[in-house]
Design a protein around this ligand. Sequence first.
Ligand code: 3PG
Length: 307
Amino acid sequence: MKKVLVATEKPFAPAAIAQIKKIVDEAGFELALLEKYSSADELKSAVADASALIVRSDKVTADVVDAAKELGIVVRAGAGYDNLDMEACSAKNIVAMNTPGQNSNAVAELAFGMMVFQARNHFNGTAGTELRGKKIGIHAYGNVGLYVAKVAKGFGMHVYAFDPFVDDAKIKADGITPLSSVEELYSTCQYVSLHIPANDKTKKSINKELLSKMPEGGVLVNTARKEVIDEDGIVALMEERKDFAYISDISPDNKAVFEEKFPGRFFFTPKKMGAQTSEANINAGVAAANQIVRFFKDGDETFRVNK
Ligand code: 3PG
């Protein structure tokens, strides 16, 4: 019997696990759970006889892939698959997939939760500011960017986007102003919401030079990845620009520097929380389970990312 392992250091909501189990059981497969594990060795031993693996941000390294003797497919229940060693998967002919769009609304809602919190001075009782009438730049107009744009319009913000991979016509059709360069986006918008993936081209690309273009009261909103930020660069900028704030769903490695130097001008969730809603867990978990069943039953490779 095929074993489907759900390995999540940050567990799914119980309702999501119940639905994943139902799909796996009905397909005649067996579900195994490894939650809140604390070492790669635990993952390596759990995956040894698994035919399929569902993960979140869990690191599927070359070592993990090597330990997986039966693995045919790994699905990242979520969008960004920078946690999967693609070369190692491809070398062993393991299909790697993600579940694009399934947790996007949750991430977008968190972006606004953080923005309101920052604009209202962390609810410390002093007069804050409003989002209405402010300019927001969506840096990469994918699934999350699209939801952020929709919510921003609800707040009465002016919405701009830059994405070299999306046609301007599509962005315009959504009532958003496309801009032609990343520099233009940052120099136009007081708020920038980041939705770029972490890869060799984007790592540390959000640097001091780019951020220094942002207008007075600039706020960088990061629900993407910490790897895309030049963390020393943002500290250097915040030392120069007392008006600048950084709010992020992913704590930077130099968090202690922010705590010491910039009280009130940053906010970091204690643990990556963007996709941590029951709805997003159900959407992404169910999609992952269905993709695995379709792969084994019909050879369906839609959503494969290591083509
Ligand atoms: C994603 O890429 O889908 C998000 O960053 C969510 O990641 P998580 O499942 O680890 O919360």
